[in-house]
Design a protein around this ligand. Structure first.
Ligand SMILES: [Zn+2]
Length: 226
């Protein structure tokens, strides 16, 4: 099934210098070694993936792994860079989709509830917003406007509600209809410049070219972002 694997299995553990076949298994079984700590920055990236397209699973009843898929390899390699060492690799299946999978890690266990929606006390931080926007967001130019606005499509009601509230708390007025949101044009540049890597995030979004256009809305193409 997998056509291409970024990382090779097996190696030497940086923590204890032992050879391993599977790193997560080494950490779970070794008496002298244990799971490497997940940094705060990695936790932010994990949350961003879960607000975006990511899912958790533990098919072998062990600690969960995070999975995220996309039709575009650059999007996933960008996400991989945000997640760091916890990524096990990226594969491509016979449908042409790329799939990123992390190592199984107990630190991911706290995020099971995020599969429904983020908890009520979460904060939409910049790192979370960057990944979320890269997964679900885009820019569009309404009508004849020269000002783009940020847009998202979120089909899950609970997740959409949580994200709407988080944006409102940061002063972003969001217009919602159907299952699409729009950040007002005059606030979009502020929002996007806050993301810092918006060009890369935007241009590598797997859904960038897949979204349909509707009445008076012109989709941005790579290269159009000012
Ligand atoms: Zn080790």
């Amino acid at each position: 099934m997998s056509e291409w694997v970024v990382d090779a299995r097996g190696g030497v553990c940086h923590q204890c210098d032992s050879e391993y076949q599977r790193l997560a298994q080494h950490w779970s079984r070794s008496k002298r070694c244990s799971y490497r700590d997940v940094s705060d920055a990695q936790h932010e990236a994990i949350r961003g993936c879960l607000v975006g397209d990511g899912n958790l699973s533990n098919p072998n009843d062990g600690p969960p792994a995070l999975r995220i898929s996309s039709m575009r390899r650059p999007h996933l390699t960008w996400v991989r860079d945000q997640l760091g060492w916890i990524v096990r690799g990226i594969t491509r299946d016979d449908t042409g989709a790329y799939r990123l999978r992390t190592l199984s890690h107990p630190a991911l266990g706290r995020y099971w509830t995020w599969m429904d929606s983020p908890p009520s006390d979460w904060t939409l931080t910049k790192p979370i917003a960057r990944i979320w926007y890269a997964c679900d967001g885009g820019l569009e130019w309404p009508g004849s406007s020269t000002q783009p606005r940020a847009t998202w499509t979120i089909t899950d009601d609970g997740k959409r509600q949580a994200c709407e509230q988080a944006l409102a708390e940061q002063g972003y007025e969001v217009m919602v209809w159907d299952r699409r949101w729009h950040c007002h044009s005059r606030r979009t540049s502020g929002f996007c410049s806050g993301l810092e890597t918006r060009r890369r995030a935007v241009h590598t979004s797997g859904r960038w070219n897949a979204k349909s256009t509707s009445g008076g809305v012109r989709k941005c193409r790579p290269g159009m972002v000012a």
